[in-house]
Design a binder for this molecule. Structure first.
Ligand code: NAP
Length: 227
């Protein structure tokens, strides 16, 4: 059976990825900050590992623990969306949450890729999927008050493109994925999509990906998203 590694799988979209891949019989390596307090994840039967994606030492330790295991699909899912004020706090935007957000949403996907590149290369048709957002699309951007999150995802898009340039020649297909607006703690109860639908769509995109998709940005509906 193929193997998927998912970051940030304690709840929300990461948990739904774990559920659906497990239901299909995949070996699921699910990482989250605190597996002891992630009963929903444990209930999926996934192999749970503790990982804060901003903790380089923990990442290196997990890399050593998983050395030699092929990973067919790696999903950079962990992310944060700090609330800004109603007007985006223009003129008084706090720097610390901005730095934390860049560390989690932009830097960590690159460090995760560096850590598990050998595992991906050991698989037959490996895919590295990073969850971006329509808010990260410079072309589609129109909403005020979200510059911290939007800039982190726009930067993540460049990171994904850079990964595709580095890793495409090594046979790894790198994708940016937009899940849509989904009912999770982050998306809130008024979002348009249920996690089941969004993740079923993203899994289809991942399953159908070929090397010609390397460095592309897709939505859960399979449509290409403007950078
Ligand atoms: N929901 C949407 O509408 C939507 C739309 C576009 C993009 N996205 C993206 O989709 C991804 C998942 O979002 P979601 O809606 O599932 O959000 P969520 O419900 O807030 O869940 C976020 C997940 O990320 C984990 N996480 C946060 N920081 C982490 C860190 N430093 N190390 C490890 N795990 C960390 C959280 O773990 P803890 O439980 O430990 O906090 C949690 O499992 C994110 O990248 C998000 O930006 C979501």
């Amino acid at each position: 059976m193929p193997t998927v590694l998912i970051t940030g799988a304690s709840r929300g979209l990461g948990l739904e990825f774990a559920r659906q891949y497990r239901a299909d019989g995949w070996d699921v390596i699910a990482t989250c900050r605190d597996p002891v307090h992630a009963p929903d994840l444990v209930a999926t039967g996934a192999e749970a590992h503790a990982l804060d994606v901003t903790d380089d030492a923990a990442l290196a330790a997990l890399g050593r623990a998983l050395a030699g295991r092929p990973i067919d699909v790696l999903i950079n899912n962990a992310g944060i969306f700090p609330l800004q004020g109603p007007d985006g706090a223009f003129g008084d935007l706090p720097v610390a949450p901005w730095m934390d957000t860049l560390r989690t949403n932009l830097v960590a996907p690159w460090k995760v890729a560096e850590t598990f590149v050998a595992n991906l290369q050991a698989a037959e048709r490996p895919v590295l999927a990073t969850i971006s957002s329509l808010f990260g699309s410079v072309g589609a951007s129109s909403m005020p008050g979200i510059v911290i999150y939007a800039s982190s995802k726009a930067g993540a898009n460049m990171v994904i493109k850079a990964l595709s340039i580095e890793l495409g020649p090594r046979g790894i297909t790198c994708l940016a994925l937009n899940p849509g607006w989904v009912k999770t703690d982050m998306g809130g109860p008024h979002a348009q999509l249920d996690p089941e639908e969004s993740i079923a769509g993203l899994r289809r995109v991942i399953a159908q990906a070929t090397p010609s998709d390397n460095g592309r940005f897709y939505g859960h509906d399979g449509q290409e998203v403007p950078w």
